[in-house]
Design a protein around this ligand. Structure first.
Ligand SMILES: Cc1ncc(COP(=O)(O)O)c(C=O)c1O
Length: 419
């Protein structure tokens, strides 16, 4: 006799909350007060951002770090610094947050979607090769959920075709690939410090690179087109003020002290959870590539094959929540299906005549399938003890045992996927 699901009136597996995010304490208070009292609140007045940039870049194997207002602007600045311009094509995955592609449009270039791998959820190198045209100038591999993309393949393709590689590492602070930190694997990388991210100051972003010229160009673009030896009102390129503020720099520096330990905890818990959940029918956690030496687990993500599991994905998400396991279904649909792309609602960017692509014909079946099947758990869920993982596993097992009752419930409630 299976246990009654919490969604159907039973006792939930868990009532205790999982760790909250963000985590902060006296160190953040001290750093903020120090900045407040210094009266130096702007990037160009104090040393908080400058100090953070140096430490963050070094931790990610880079000479240079340029702190900016968010992880969308950092992508756009990286593209502009790399010389991407109108009519250029940039290959991006379709299973990512909007910014990976919208930053390309805002750099006045054309995002071209290449499908992801069904097991790792990262860009499929073969799909990248197939998407290359004579106009292709760059690739933006996303280290999705915190697992580094196949960077050996990406850099090999880029070398052969003379393309720029910009890592979108918005999910991947402190992750590593073959023991090399992400952020140093392409020509440039972009990170986000928005409030959901593994390192946060509410908002913010950074560009990392080991290329002096790209760093200098990015620094100029983030600072109104100024140059190192120029005078204050001297502007060399079209740009604006995208500088990170000192309060954010102060918080980020203290958060950085916590990052390595937190990442190791997530990595350990995430691997354990994946190995346990993979024993259940139809549950396919993100496959760990052998090259991933540290997964930052911004998300713990899996595909649920509803047929094999015995209940529709959306009903399983509702059932997990009722069992005390916060989760979501992730992106509703793949980026190439967003109205923005279908209608090419690009505002002043990319003259319509130059836009030959018909996004309705873009074929990304793996990304489409992952959108239908994904379940996401936030990284904070992996910050507790090992026993927390057992609760998550127990909830999945319980739901699996009562899959038939859950499907009946889903049919009555007309939950999508329950026919
Ligand atoms: C993969 C990816 N790239 C870029 C961004 C953009 O970062 P921000 O929100 O700081 O602009 C995000 C944010 O969620 C993201 O998930």
């Amino acid at each position: 006799m299976s246990e009654r699901l919490a969604l159907l009136g039973g006792k939930p597996v868990r009532t205790r909350p999982f760790p909250a995010w963000p985590i902060f304490g006296k160190a953040e208070e001290k750093a903020l007060l120090r900045t407040l009292r210094s009266g130096k609140w702007g990037r160009l007045d104090g040393n908080e951002v400058a100090g953070f940039e140096k430490r963050f870049a070094a931790m990610h194997g880079c000479e240079h770090g340029i702190g900016v207002v968010n992880g969308t602007v950092s992508l756009r600045i990286a593209l502009l610094a790399a010389g991407i311009c109108a009519e250029d094509e940039v290959i991006v995955p379709p299973y990512t947050f909007l910014s990976t592609a919208s930053a390309v449009i805002e750099a006045n270039a054309v995002p071209v979607f290449a499908d992801i791998d069904l097991n790792t959820f990262n860009l499929d190198p073969q799909a990248v090769e197939a998407a290359i045209t004579r106009r292709t100038k760059a690739i933006i591999p996303v280290h999705f959920a915190g697992q580094p993309a196949d960077m050996d393949a990406m850099t090999a393709i880029a070398r052969k075709r003379k393309l720029v590689v910009i890592e979108d590492a918005a999910h991947a602070h402190a992750a590593s690939y073959k023991n090399h930190p992400v952020g140093s694997l392409g020509h440039m990388a972009s990170f986000s410090f928005q409030s959901s991210k593994n390192l946060t100051a509410g908002e913010g972003g950074i560009i990392t690179t080991n290329d002096n010229a790209l760093a200098e160009s990015s620094r100029s673009i983030h600072n109104c087109g100024r140059v190192p030896k120029g005078v204050w009102y001297e502007h060399h390129v079209i740009s604006g003020n995208y500088r990170l503020g000192e309060f954010q720099g102060a918080v980020l520096s203290t958060q950085l002290d916590r990052l390595k330990t937190q990442t190791n905890t997530r990595d350990r818990n995430g691997r354990h959870l994946a190995s346990r959940l993979a024993n259940l029918p139809g549950v396919h956690p993100q496959q760990h590539s052998a090259a991933c030496t540290r997964h930052s687990y911004h998300l713990f993500m899996l595909r649920l094959d509803s047929q094999a599991f015995g209940a529709p994905r959306d009903a399983v998400v509702a059932a997990l929540r009722a069992e005390g396991i916060p989760c979501s279904a992730g992106y509703g649909f793949s980026l190439q299906r967003q109205p923005l792309f279908l209608n090419k609602a690009f505002g002043p960017y990319v003259p319509r005549t130059s836009m030959k692509l018909d996004y309705a014909r873009t074929h990304c079946p793996n990304s489409d399938l992952v959108c239908q099947q994904s379940i996401w758990l936030e990284h904070r869920m992996l910050l507790g003890p090992h026993a927390d993982m057992d609760d998550i596993v127990r909830a999945f097992e319980k739901i699996c045992e009562s899959a038939r009752q859950l499907t009946d419930y889903a049919r009555r409630r007309k939950i999508p996927g329950a026919s």
